[in-house]
Write a protein that binds this ligand. Structure first.
Ligand code: NAP
Length: 252
């Protein structure tokens, strides 16, 4: 035990999409702060497992396809069966599809809304049932700049991430009194697979960099401190907040 309110020792966190990108950055930061991690992944996660174990924490791999709600209850029960409890859920897994609004297909709408919003809600529900039974917990949703802005050519992504902002507040209204904190992190422009097309497009890359006060793309590790804070006892009265980690993008 320690008096450090940011210490996550003894806590267990589920991180979805923890094999790569922002999910990996957050999973490793939570482990370095003391948490054991259940990584939900559909791909090889050996790199993340290695980094969690290097931090001296346990890593449990839960294979699941988050395009449907089917695995939600199993993700929570496997975590509790193997790691003993559940204190933190990070809803990170997400996808993006790009097309003009005039040509946008129903498939590109449904795929993004299902993973980014519907599964986020039902996994939160499964996690909160466990957390409330245990006395509390923390849910951290990964939002976006498009929780605040409109974006362009990403209709279903904007709808999903705007929805993530709304659900973060709704769930706070329902669960704050039950000791479950629900907050979101809104990453700015972070160098991951999700943004590979933007980074490769010389014009878009220049326009993006010109607007970021920090004058650089974010790295997945830049999200770690915000996640540790929101997962920790230090944030117990932080509720329904959407914390931008964006190098100053929204300040422009
Ligand atoms: P990424 O590198 O593409 O990672 C996305 C993660 O979600 C991967 O682990 C991916 O697994 C997982 N995933 C997607 N669909 C899944 C499914 N059906 N089942 C299981 N896992 C699934 O992108 P990222 O940038 O780290 O994105 C992480 C989150 O941050 C997303 O919610 C994204 O919208 C959000 N975000 C990113 C940025 C940015 O600038 N990068 C900005 C704002 C918000 P696979 O590797 O197997 O595909």
């Amino acid at each position: 035990m320690t008096n450090n309110p940011f210490d996550l020792s003894g806590k267990v966190a589920i991180v979805t999409g923890a094999n790569t990108g922002i999910g990996q950055g957050i999973a490793v930061a939570l482990a370095q702060a003391g948490a054991d991690i259940a990584l939900v992944t559909r791909s090889d996660a050996s790199e993340t497992i290695g980094l969690i174990e290097q931090a001296g924490r346990r890593a449990l791999v839960i294979e699941a396809d988050l395009s449907s709600t089917e695995p939600c209850n199993r993700i929570v029960s496997e975590t509790v069966n193997v790691l003993g409890r559940l204190d933190v859920l990070v809803n990170n897994a997400g996808i993006i599809r790009r097309n003009d609004a005039l040509d946008f297909t129903e498939d590109d709408w449904d795929a993004v809304l299902d993973t980014n919003l519907k599964v986020l809600f039902f996994l939160s529900q499964a996690a909160a049932r466990q957390m409330i039974g245990q006395g509390g917990g923390s849910i951290i949703n990964i939002a976006s700049m498009l929780t605040f802005q409109g974006g362009i050519r990403v209709a279903s992504y904007t709808a999903s991430k705007s929805g993530v902002g709304g659900l973060t507040k709704l769930l706070t209204n329902e669960w704050a009194s039950k000791n479950v904190t629900v907050n979101a992190i809104a990453p700015g422009y972070i160098a991951t697979n999700n943004t590979a097309a933007l980074q490769a497009d010389e014009d878009r890359n220049r326009q993006i960099l010109e607007r970021i006060p920090a004058q650089r793309w974010g790295e997945p590790s830049d999200l770690g401190g915000a996640a540790v804070f929101l997962a920790s006892d230090a944030a117990r009265y932080v509720q329904g907040h959407i914390l931008a980690v964006d190098g100053g993008w929204l300040a422009r």
